[in-house]
Design a protein around this ligand. Sequence first.
Ligand code: HEC
Ligand code: HEC
Length: 354
Amino acid sequence: MAQRLFGHIILFSIALSSFGCQQQNAEPDLYAQPQPAHFVRLPDATSNPLTAEGVALGRRLFYDPLLSRDSTISCASCHLPERAFTDGKAIATGVGGEAGFRNAPSLANLAWINEGLFWDGRSPTLEHQALEPVENPHEMDSDWPTVLQRLRAQTAYVEAFRAAFGIRKASEINKQLAARALAQFQRTLVSADSKYDRVVRGEAAFTALEQRGRDIFFDASAELPDGECGHCHTPPLFTDQTYINNGSQPSADLMAMKDRGRGGVTGVKYENGRFRVPSLRNVALSAPYMHNGSMATLEEVIEHYNRGGHPGTNVDPKIRPLGLSETDKTALIAFLHTLTDTTFTQNPAHRSPF
Ligand code: HEC
Ligand code: HEC
């Protein structure tokens, strides 16, 4: 990959000299995708390699309210680092308090999500996803021509796009480059240093209660009930990236579901009410829960699973009454708390550059 990028840079230099441009373009510095040892190794991104300049530009765009119609809302208004990039609301609200339809998900470890972004998986890549919020009337309610005009008018942005992507003039700033920068920044949002990770690395030990919760979660003990959780919330991401109806909404009639989720994207009726299994990393920080924010606390979530969820035609068979005792429930919650990663939530490199 380094070679490829280098090749591009040589081409650039030739282009620059042939256009007689006096601007000195420094090479963007390659930025290594963080790759925790116990995660699947990611292939090098060839179409949008991470560079220090690209990540810095993406971070700036992520925190800049200039992207919204009335300059009141940035990506970070709904994706706050201290809440693992969620917003604490059941349903996200955009410009002018306009309510959307769904709960804002965490942005941790999205570099590994390759089965579709958003709760319903309608977006294939981070580059594709990043184009949507600006024009979504329930989010930033602006349009790209306006945003590009604002970006081109600021010398700091022209310089930042030049450093990241080698543009020569302000008019070359376009939405695809902005989306590439946002995607690069988001690929650096890696959470892999929770207590759970430290236990996996042999650097810490669970308490007895956390261990009990872990054993229920992964069905690792014959004496304890099987919580079934680990089949869908598989480590290290704590999602297997499948689309599932976990009985989170009443769904007697597949066509009458309030939110069709995956079925709304594929048009397959049997997929109505299915959502991508969310990661549970930092879940103690990301209340309220589910695609519709219908569960306020982890206690409510555990009660939901213990009851076997709302009945429905396509609810997964692993969603069934679990027979958990009060101690089992407390233990599961204690285990979920071990997925909180303060190295991640407090990382200064993830915070606002302004
Ligand atoms: C008004 C609140 C709001 C704003 C502003 C906002 N988002 Fe989101 N974001 C959401 C909600 C809600 C969803 C889930 C929507 C869905 O699944 O249909 C989401 C989903 C996402 C996802 C998919 C995550 C996943 O797990 O699949 C990414 C990535 C993302 N947002 C990044 C951004 C970026 C980048 C910006 C700024 C350009 C931004 N968001 C602005 C509320 C917001
Ligand atoms: C059959 C697959 C499956 C099993 C088993 C399962 N889940 Fe889930 N889980 C999901 C899906 C799908 C969602 C999202 C559903 C939605 O938003 O409507 C979810 C959502 C959640 C959420 C909310 C996360 C968020 O960010 O909103 C938590 C917490 C959770 N599950 C914990 C558990 C625990 C604990 C167990 C075991 C007791 C468990 N899950 C078992 C599939 C599963």
